[in-house]
Design a protein around this ligand. Structure first.
Ligand code: SF4
Length: 470
């Protein structure tokens, strides 16, 4: 599985915000490593820089110094729809006459094709779902009588109700920062406040980000998570909240895999720290799926907190057994199975002295195709592990995601093709245990029905229409 995207926006009158945006994007790099971009407005001119590559490859000191303004939008992307090309890097910029805006999107629309067709768009007019949203907004700009400061919000009020699926959006025009979460709130988005000084005067600005650590790294305070179905507008009047979709459409469904895998451990989601939640998953896994062993190790990064929890609850010592090369970027997210295998070995290296002769419990967050897991098991055995018992801190991933995560088609998901003992044999482990759906709900603080969460890839029950028949 691959993360989808990260968005970051800041409105800080009188300040220079390009550096803050760079730092915010750097904190969100785990959500997208294909391309990075930034749009900065000084109130009259909007400058957009975007390029393929990591945040540090796209922006250097000279580029940051050239981006002047107190209103900015940043984006890191991993493509889930649309090709991985410069054209699809974000922010998406559109100008209509004297008016312009930039847009950053995290998530996937599920009605892109129908919307494009219903509007009579020829194939190729838009290159991704994010581009479609920008095109729809731009068309509203075209028919507006007079461009004024309400133009962007008015256009959003028209366009947002047409969209289905997952969209956490941040937008800027020359004067305001806007953030919107779809009525299910599949992807996270939070609001922060920034205190800063201009000529000795204390000022307050507003920040929006996919995850709370992006606020903290720039010294902003988390105010709250933006609600599903809510739109926030920050401008010279302060901050306004509205609900463009109407109360009847709001049905919160935060992606449960944000807790399992996608979000940073230091993020707060639904008021919970992700790290503590992952530890709790490990504790519950140990109670339901114990094993006689000498050492618990986690597959870095997201398996580590659950491994600590497993060790705590089981009494089996915790230690490091796999070291991750932290400097591997997009290059090694490779499309073919062979390339994927060599990518695993470049990314993870076993600590031979720690694991030789030991009966290991190995905690990972998920098994998708099984290819990576099988390679990890093989590496551990080659390094002298006596037994390898796999424990997974989520239930079997058996259905594809249509809400902003890049997952294989159903036939490629190993849990949809074989039962647990078949998966165990395929990956070459001595035993395999998954966290139950019930325990996952306990860990994230949900009831047994999973109220408030999307868990479609675990159950096959999709909370919003999906674009294909399964
Ligand atoms: S289908 Fe799975 S990965 Fe996709 S949003 Fe729902 S819980 Fe998250």
């Amino acid at each position: 599985m691959r993360e989808a995207c990260g968005v970051f926006g800041v409105y800080a009158p009188g300040a220079s915000v390009a550096r803050l945006t760079f730092d915010g994007l750097f904190a969100l790099q785990h959500r997208g490593q294909e391309s990075a971009g930034m749009a900065v407005s000084d109130g009259e001119t909007m400058t957009v820089v975007k390029e393929m590559g990591l945040v540090t490859a796209v922006f250097d000191e000279r580029t940051i110094a050239s981006l002047v303004g107190d209103l900015a939008l940043g984006h890191v992307r991993y493509s889930t729809t649309g090709r991985s090309t410069w054209d699809n890097a974000q922010p998406v910029y559109r100008s209509v006459g004297a008016a312009g805006f930039s847009l950053g999107h995290n998530g996937n629309l599920t009605n892109t094709a129908q919307l494009a067709a219903s509007l009579g768009m020829l194939p190729g007019v838009v290159s991704s779902d994010s581009d479609l949203i920008a095109e729809l907004l731009a068309r509203r700009f075209l028919v507006a009588p007079e461009p004024d400061e309400t133009l962007l919000v008015d256009a959003l009020m028209d366009v947002l109700p047409l969209l289905e699926g997952a969209f956490s959006l941040a937008l800027i025009d020359e004067a305001q920062l806007v953030a919107v979460r779809d009525p299910h709130g599949f992807r996270p988005l939070c609001l922060g406040q920034l205190t800063y000084f201009v000529a000795g005067q204390e000022r307050r600005g507003w920040v929006v980000a996919s995850e709370s650590p992006a606020l903290e790294v720039i010294g902003a305070e988390l105010v709250r998570e933006i609600d599903p179905g809510e739109m926030i507008v920050a401008d010279h009047n302060g901050v306004k909240s509205s609900h463009p979709f109407g109360a009847e459409r709001v049905e919160p469904r935060l992606c449960v895999f944000e807790f399992v895998y996608f979000a940073r451990p230091d993020s707060r989601l639904e008021g919970r720290e992700v790290y503590a939640t992952r530890r709790h998953m490990g504790e519950l896994l140990a109670r339901r799926s114990p094993v006689d062993a000498d050492l618990v190790i986690g597959v870095p990064d997201s398996g580590v907190a659950a491994a600590e929890g497993y060790a705590l609850a089981s009494g089996v010592p915790y230690g490091q057994g796999l070291i991750k090369n932290r400097y591997i970027g997009r290059t090694f997210i490779a499309p073919t199975p062979e390339a994927r295998l060599s990518g695993v070995r470049r990314k993870l290296n076993p600590l031979r002295a720690s694991i030789a002769g030991k009966r290991l419990v190995v905690i990972d967050d998920s098994i998708v195709r099984g290819t990576t897991t099988r390679e990890i098991v093989r590496m551990l055995r080659e390094s002298g592990a006596r037994e390898v018992h796999l424990r997974i801190s989520s239930p079997p991933f058996a259905w594809p995601c249509f809400y902003g995560i890049d997952t294989p088609v159903r036939e490629e998901l190993i849990a949809s093709r074989m039962p647990v003992d078949g998966v165990c044999a395929h990956v070459g482990a001595d035993s395999l245990g998954y966290l139950s759906l019930e325990d996952l709900m306990t860990a994230v603080g949900a009831d047994s029905e999973g109220t408030g969460f999307c868990r479609a890839c675990l159950t096959g029950i999709y909370p919003a229409p999906v674009p294909i028949d399964l």
